[in-house]
Design a protein around this ligand. Structure first.
Ligand code: ADP
Ligand code: ASP
Ligand code: MG
Length: 361
């Protein structure tokens, strides 16, 4: 069994979804489980509805909701599956409108934001499942929230791996055994009492690796819009080169410091089970991609000791300079306790005898 995750641009329109179906069709012998993100731009658009409503623009938010729905409807029609969403869409749009209204009336924002944003993945996965059926690939839509139990930290929920490890084989196993392709959502989870949660931006990669580990997959494939993990972001450095093999740790470090091609936590479920992760280009499926393996040796690329350069916006640098540090015991502990009290995760730390810089992000 393999897990194939398709990101936003890889489900972004009719052509992308048709390419996806072709890729999955070519892999049926490996018994794929398909995990999808929302269509490109949809997560941001749904978040915009929440921000707009809390900012007082209730009517504007309703108009933008109609546009989002229209995009899904027209993609369904283009794919020749006009009814793909009709069974759910009307009730769900009414529910989104009611939730936006509740925001205007002062409801807590975080749970509502996760509930609304979850429709991006729910709708894209319905489109993909229907497109597969039409193309003769047997498929079944699965609501990932039945297995992806999380805590109630809305926007960055933590998954209960024990529940997932038990529930995922029971739900997905029989479908895969029957030669049917399960199509499910990345990014989404639910609390024990059924409230929708999300795993953090870009979290579909992490969902795929969690499912891959829970199902004992042979490999996890991350299908995206570039050739793999590169020596730099190819949108910024057009002649960036492909890194053919990387270790899980290397990929996690690069992801943490800005290589958004992979969510930083993707490696965690895979590393102990030694499950490889392959990053592939859904716009050019024949290319080799990057294979990420536990313990892969990190070799120089064409003689350069620098493997890859990542960059990130929105970093805050805290520079503490204090003569009280000189020969002091426990100074850093006090400093990091203060950082912890504010719930901030530190990145790189540089320290000298009288100064320390833990940049945060
Ligand atoms: P998806 O929607 O498929 O998850 P993302 O937009 O999250 O795709 O990630 C893919 C993007 O990551 C690429 O379009 C690329 O611009 C960016 N990126 C940043 N750093 C790197 C890197 N080192 N290698 C490859 N892509 C990178
Ligand atoms: N759709 C979500 C996001 O835009 C999750 C993902 O794409 O991985 O963050
Ligand atoms: Mg991504």
């Amino acid at each position: 069994m393999i897990v194939c995750k398709f990101g936003g641009t890889s489900v972004g329109d009719r052509a992308a979804i048709e390419r996806l179906v072709g890729i999955v069709h070519g892999r049926l012998a490996s018994r794929p489980v398909v995990v999808v993100s929302a269509m490109s731009g949809v997560t941001n658009a749904l978040l915009g509805l929440v921000e707009g409503t809390t900012g007082g623009d209730r009517e504007g938010a309703r108009a933008r909701l109609s546009e989002i729905v229209a995009r899904h409807r027209s993609t369904a029609a283009e794919l020749g599956v006009p009814d793909a969403l009709e069974g759910v869409l009307e009730a769900e749009v009414t529910s989104i409108e009611a939730q936006l209204d509740s925001l205007a009336d002062g409801a807590a924002v975080d749970p509502v934001r996760d509930a609304i944003v979850s429709y991006g993945e729910l709708w894209s996965s319905h489109l993909v499942a229907a497109a597969m059926t039409v193309a003769g690939v047997p498929s079944r839509w699965i609501d990932v929230r039945t297995v992806m139990r999380t805590d109630a930290r809305f926007g960055r929920a933590v998954v209960d791996r024990q529940v997932l490890d038990q529930a995922a084989p029971a739900v997905f196993g029989p479908i895969v055994e029957a030669g049917v392709v399960p199509v499910t959502q990345g990014f989404l989870g639910a609390t024990a009492d059924g409230r929708p949660t999300t795993l953090g931006r870009g979290g579909s990669d992490y969902s795929a690796s969690l499912l891959g580990a829970a199902l004992g997959a042979e490999r996890v494939e991350i299908w995206t819009d570039v050739d793999g993990l590169m020596t730099a972001d190819p949108r910024v450095v057009p002649n960036a080169r492909l890194i053919e093999v990387a270790s899980h740790h290397e990929a996690a470090e690069l992801a943490t410091f800005g290589a958004k091609v992979l969510h930083p936590s993707t490696y965690a479920p895979l590393i102990h089970a030694r499950i490889p992760c392959v990053i592939l280009n859904s716009f050019a499926p024949g290319r080799p991609g990057t294979t990420i393996l536990a313990g892969a040796s990190v070799l120089p690329i064409e003689g350069s000791p620098v493997r890859s350069i990542a960059w990130k916006k929105g970093i805050t640098l805290i520079n503490v300079r204090a003569t009280g540090m000189l020969d002091a015991v426990g100074f850093l502990r006090k400093l990091f306790e203060a950082v912890e009290r504010h719930g901030i995760s530190g990145g790189v730390v540089a320290t000298s005898e009288v100064s320390v810089s833990p940049p945060t992000h």
